[in-house]
Design a protein around this ligand. Structure first.
Ligand code: TRP
Length: 334
């Protein structure tokens, strides 16, 4: 039996991944390469749905790819590539766009949230069709599973709907993918605002822990994380959101269950606990940063690794698209 296939994507919209990306996506991707036929892409086409500087896009795409390899994705086992290198994504997206109802696309809550920031009429049509491009990313590889954060559930439902619609209209072509959502990492929150998600778009620098950050600033941010009145290290989401977030982080990084951590820090106050959280973060991020820096110091080698990924991904995507073109009724080109 072939291994089940997973596909996921991450946007190159920042100069570093943060702890939420790492725990919620990247680390999970690394684990899944052992048991799955894994495809992971840096979704640069998605990044330009909002205004993006070309030089920043180029830099961030390489930074994203370098961090993926540095975090443990092995180019021998996983197919890591840049979305725009496989032109078929946009071609399939167009076909799926033609299968999507205006109302259906208009119900996507992420579009509503993101476009609200610009004012709805200033948002690009690309932002509107973003989830359909995402559906194309997934369907083109016949992915069985899609490891994503809970905020992507609606896009996954749309993906299944579009795949099913295509299959129904044109004949069985696409695998319908299942979302794969890890519960305990859903809730890494902002260190300064522990009831809000840690996010590159809304967190202040002090609230976010970046993978490529130096140990000094990382330690400082953890030590200054907003905690709650009281002195006991207890897991209580409602009354102690700050400490609860740090407990979740420490548990995720060290593999120690939260109740064991609570027992270990009983009677010790916040200071010792925070110091240990800071160390766990630094220990996790430092080797990744060092490997990423090394990869980024040799761009042509990094680009070559991405070319290998694009070649493997392209072979699958071309195969799917040949079938899709034929089923839709496009003439073969001789
Ligand atoms: N929309 C996803 C996010 O913001 C990124 C993404 C693009 C993606 N294409 C994908 C995720 C395909 C999974 C599969 O996180």
């Amino acid at each position: 039996m072939a291994r089940p296939r997973v596909l996921s994507g991450i946007q190159p919209t920042a100069d570093s991944f943060h702890l939420g990306n790492y725990l919620g996506a990247v680390r999970q991707w690394v684990t899944m390469q052992e048991t799955h036929d894994a495809f992971y892409c840096v979704v640069d086409l998605h990044a330009i749905t909002v205004p993006t500087e070309p030089a920043a896009l180029r830099r961030r795409s390489r930074v994203a790819a370098a961090q993926l390899f540095a975090a443990g994705l092995d180019p021998e086992r996983a197919t890591v590539f840049v979305q725009s290198h496989v032109r078929e994504h946009t071609e399939l997206a167009w076909i799926l766009i033609c299968l999507t109802g205006m109302g259906e696309a208009g119900r996507m809550t992420q579009f509503k949230d993101k476009s609200a920031k610009f004012g709805e009429s200033a948002a690009s049509v690309g932002l509107f069709t973003y989830p359909i491009l995402q559906a194309a990313d997934i369907l083109i590889y016949q992915a069985d599973k899609v490891p994503v954060g809970a905020d992507q559930k609606q896009h996954l439902e749309l993906t299944r709907d579009l795949g099913q619609r295509f299959n129904h209209r044109y004949g069985d072509t696409f695998t319908l993918p299942e979302p794969y959502i890890l519960k305990e990492v859903e809730k890494i929150t902002d260190l300064q605002e522990p009831t809000a998600k840690m996010s590159k778009s809304s967190s202040s620098p002090a609230g976010i822990l970046d993978v490529l950050e130096q140990p000094g600033p990382l330690r400082k941010k953890v030590m200054r994380a907003v905690t709650d009145t009281g002195t006991e290290v207890l897991f209580d989401e409602d009354n102690k959101p700050g400490i609860s977030n740090l407990l979740r982080i420490q548990s995720a990084l060290t593999g120690t269950p939260i109740p064991d951590l609570v027992a270990r820090y009983a009677g010790q106050g916040y200071g010792t606990f925070k110091k240990d959280v800071a160390e766990a973060v630094v220990e996790t991020f430092t080797p990744i940063r060092e490997r990423a820096e090394k990869l980024l110091s040799n761009e042509s080698e990094l680009d070559r690794m991405l070319a290998v990924g694009a070649e493997r991904a392209g072979a699958v995507a071309r195969q799917t698209m040949e079938q899709v073109r034929d089923r839709v009724g496009f003439l073969p080109k001789f």
